[in-house]
Every structure is written in C-alpha cells, then in structure tokens.
Design a binder for this molecule. Structure first.
Ligand SMILES: [Fe+2]
Ligand SMILES: [Fe+2]
Length: 166
C-alpha cells in the first residue's frame, strides 16, 4: 500500500463514505444493523481524526503556513464531529435521537471530507511534493498503530460519572 499521506487519507474517506451509504440504505427499524454501522463509523472516525490531528495537520501547518486558516477550520470541524461521536458512543440505537444524530454526523463529515479533498489536499500536494508526503504517510502509519478506536473520554459518559461522583 502507498505511504503517500494524501492517498492514505483519501482511502480512509472512501471507507467512511461506504459505511455512511450503508447506514442510509438501512431500514428505519433495523436498529441492530444501524447500531453496528455506527460502531464502525465511530472506530473509523476516531482513528482517522487521530492521525490527522497528530500528524497531518501539524505537519501541514508548519510546512505550509499559508494554509493555516484551512487547518484551523478543519480542527474546528473535527471538534464538532468529536462531540457528535462521543454522544453517539454513549447512546443506544433505540434512542429516538440516534438516527437524527447520526444523520447530522454524516452531513458534517461528508462536507468536511469534501473540503479536504477539493480545497486543501491539492494545495498540500503542490506545496509539499511526493517525497515529503511519503514521509508524512510513514509517520501516519506509526500513529495509526497506537490510535484509540473509540472516544477516549466520551462527554456524555463523563457527565454521568461526574454526576455520580459529585
Ligand atoms: Fe479531517
Ligand atoms: Fe480526512
């Protein structure tokens, strides 16, 4: 498999889009299937966001300062997705808000992936070139091996724990 950072990230995006499409095709009442697909989404998103946050974004930010605004906006979009992911992680597929929250997550992440692929990955490829993208890709492979597969501190769970402790 290629270690080109952008090729790797686009490969993740493709996998994510397939799970999103499967969720949308699942019948309203197929709660077990929906629950499983959301578990898969959470895992894919947690790992992907981790390697972007830990490796890709900081490298791009320091090597291509002119893309700083794009990187900062992307961090904020990751933050919004993190909040939704944490809430979904603590939620049962039988909850009346489960499908609605998943739909909003899908909308947000689709928009974010499109911006990455259309707006800033091409600028990154042009600015960094093949060799540096391969070095970043190799670093991302290492980060992937130690990436969490689920939210480290789900906000909803944390609130529950805080309430119990207080
Ligand atoms: Fe991203
Ligand atoms: Fe991404």
């Amino acid at each position: 498999m290629s270690t080109d950072a952008i090729v790797m990230l686009k490969h993740d995006h493709k996998e994510m889009r397939a799970v999103f499409a499967a969720f949308e095709k699942t019948g309203t009442n197929a709660l077990a299937t929906k629950g499983r697909l959301v578990e898969k989404m959470i895992e894919l998103l947690t790992v992907h966001t981790y390697i972007e946050n830990e490796v890709m974004y900081p490298r791009v930010r320091s090597l291509l300062p002119e893309l700083e605004d794009d990187v900062l906006e992307s961090y904020e979009e990751h933050h919004v997705a993190d909040v939704l992911v944490s809430e979904l992680y603590a939620m049962s597929s039988t909850d009346e808000r489960f499908t609605a929250k998943t739909t909003v997550l899908i909308e947000n992440v689709r928009h974010h992936m499109e911006e990455e692929e259309r707006d800033w990955f091409p600028k990154v490829r042009e600015g960094l070139g093949r060799k540096i993208l391969q070095e970043i890709g190799a670093e991302m492979l290492q980060a992937r091996a130690k990436a969490p597969k689920a939210p480290v501190q789900p906000s909803a769970l944390k609130k529950t724990i805080d309430a119990v402790i207080a």
